[in-house]
Every structure is written in structure tokens, then in C-alpha cells.
Write a protein that binds this ligand. Sequence first.
Ligand code: GLY
Ligand code: MN
Length: 430
Amino acid sequence: MAIAGTDQYHDFHAHPDFAYLSGAAYPGSVLAFDPREGWNLFVPLASIDDRIWVGDGESLEGAATTTGIERPRPLSALASWLESHRGEPLAVLGNHDILQDAAAYGIRGWAPLEPELDVEASARLTERIAESRRTKDPSELSRMRAAANATAAGHRAAFRLARPGMTERALQVEVEAEFFRNGAARTAYGSIVGGGPNGAVLHFSPTARPFADGEIVLMDAAAEYEGYAADVTRTFPVGERFSGIQRDLYALVLGVQQQAVHDARPGVEYRDLHLAASLRIAEGLVSLGILRGSPADLVEQDVHALFFPHGLGHMLGLATHDAGGCLAGRTPSDRFGLKWLRADLPLQPGHVVTIEPGVYFIRALLTDPFRRSRYASQVNWDMVEQMLDFGGIRIEDDVLVTADGPEMLTASIPRELEEIEELRREGLRG
Ligand code: GLY
Ligand code: MN
């Protein structure tokens, strides 16, 4: 459907399962597998109107070359293909509502066929594909390295160019331009750039607000390369140096991140990494006088989650929050400190995960009367009151789990405190 008032369409994102199985991303196409026939690809052919306004689209010959599937057919042939399989079990991957809402996918002539969806087989298949998508092969890893390299160029530009008076949006534009100059096809997700208090909004969309000296900037932005995402966050001062509590909290988050990266090894449960990081954050907040009590008890009661309300990270690949972060049968906890944990599985060689701890001062949480009374004694509310405009610190890197230990795909993007300050000095003076 066109975006209202534009006669243009939203940027097309292929379902990652489709992209994984076909190696292509054709809007509106359907990939079908029959054990006797092998793979079939049905591609919508552009109408004359489409060709006038949008372009020729993919040809059947082009689709055959790209996907290696012999004789792709026009989408209009799907109905007769389904008809010839009437009565056979059908499992659907990807957009599960395609059977109920075929017309929304541009598929006509499906409703009268009423194919019987095998719900259990679909769930089993979805899990099997998730399983193979979790482990990246060398060709996927080379795309992920390319995404990481383009991302590195963008983050380096941010360290160089940010300055007081520059807006979040202006920084976003510069950083994304570097991604594209370095091979990105698009950004992996909507860039998050927050100056000062805006850094406390986890997915903040950049605005025209200018950065002020003394603040920190949180920038979570990355490139996508041939469908594969990077996902990187850096936090840095608008001025030349982190000051006081910014420094202490940055050192805390960095220490937690480095330990979690170090521990990301085969067999380790991602949930345990998250809980260990939560404990270290609680310890750090106690030693800085922001929390009071035993760190283990604070984590048990989810008090740390007032300042770290998201998961340690997630799987990464064809999607930013990639395939099957949670093993089949594991359901997300409703505990406040665990409910946003997007990965719950034992790590295996070939998995790529993000490791992204953070500490934030989120007004919505920290001024909530219910939480203030519930955690009256565990939180130093006087200190918190002084820090409501602090913003947030997150440090995020992309880690490949290998039998020989973790490999940071985004290692070249500076994260050490002194290195960031050095780059800021050079940037502001240059
Ligand atoms: N980078 C955005 C996210 O991980 O949610
Ligand atoms: Mn992330």
C-alpha cells in the first residue's frame, strides 16, 4: 500500500527467512518447496504502470541467476501450483498471515483454494530455520564484516565531527553518509542519536536539538550490507573530556561490557551473561552511592533494572534482532529485569550476538511514585534527583562466538575512555 499522500511505498524489507533461503529480496514474491520438485520461486512481474513509476523490477531470468533456482515463474502461477498440491500438508514460513490476508500480499485467486495450514509443522519449520540462521557461515560472516567496517567509518566520523551547537540530526546525516560511502545499502535500523537527557530514551530518534558542552551523546547506529546488519553504540562527550560521574559511569559500563564479551563462549547461556552483567552494574551503582544494599539482593528485586531496563543484547544477522533469540520452548520472563532479554539460548560457535550493557537515568522510571516508594531505601533518591538530565551510557559491539573465544567484529571502533577523549580532542581542535 502506498504511503498516504505520496504514491510511494515504504522501503521494502524481505522477511529474513525468505532472504536467507533465496539469497534475494523481491517484493511480493513467494518461495515454495516441494520435496519431489525442489524449490519454486514465484515473482510478481511489473505491470506497465509499475514500469513507468517504479522501474522494471526483477526479470525471471535475473531471478534465476541471483537465486540459482531454475525457471522462476510469475506470481500469477502460484494459484495453479497450489491447486496442483491440493490436499497435501502445507507449512508456512515468514509472514504467517499470508493465508488469511493473501490479497494484502498481492496474491489473487488463493481464497477459493483454502489451503490447510499445518500449524505444528509451520512452527517446527520456523524453529529449524531459526536454528540454521543462528550459525553464520563464512559468506554471511564476510557480509557482516563489511557491515561492521562501514559502521566503523560512521562512528569515527561522529567522534571527529560532533561539537557543541551541532544538532542530533546533523550528526545522524554525517554518520549515515559515511555508512553509504563505505558500501552500506541502508542503515540496519533507524539511527538513534540522543544528546544529554535524550540519551536516556533507548530508541531515541534524532531531533533538531543542539548538543551542549558538558553533555554526553549516545549514538546507536549501524550499516546494513547485502541484507546483514551491524549494531553498534558509542557514548562520548560533546566536549573534550568526560567529567566526574560521566567518567565513573562510563568506566563501569565499559568494564561490564568487556567482561561479558570475554565470557561469550560456546556453551555459555546468554541469560547468565545478562544476569552477571546485571550484578556488576548493581555492584558499580552501589560503589558510586546510587544504590544501597547487597548487589545480589538488588538484582533479585530488579532494582538495577531501574538503570538498566533492557537485555544485554541479542542475536544479529539478517535482522538486527535476529532469528530465534530464544530457544523453542523458552518463554520470556515477565520479571522487570528480564522481560526485554531478547536472547535466551546457549551460545554456539558461529553465533553473532550484540553485547550492549547500559546505565540510564530514565525520567519515566525514576519519577514514578510507585517505584520511588517500593525502592525507597535501596535507591539514593537525592542523588538520582540531581541526575535526571544525565541521559544514558550504552556501549555495544558485535561478537562472533568461536571455539577459540570471542571475536569482536566491531573491534576497530574505539571504546576505551582515553582513546575516545583523544579522538574528541583531535576532532574539536581539527
Ligand atoms: N540497536 C537497536 C537495538 O538493538 O534495539
Ligand atoms: Mn542492539
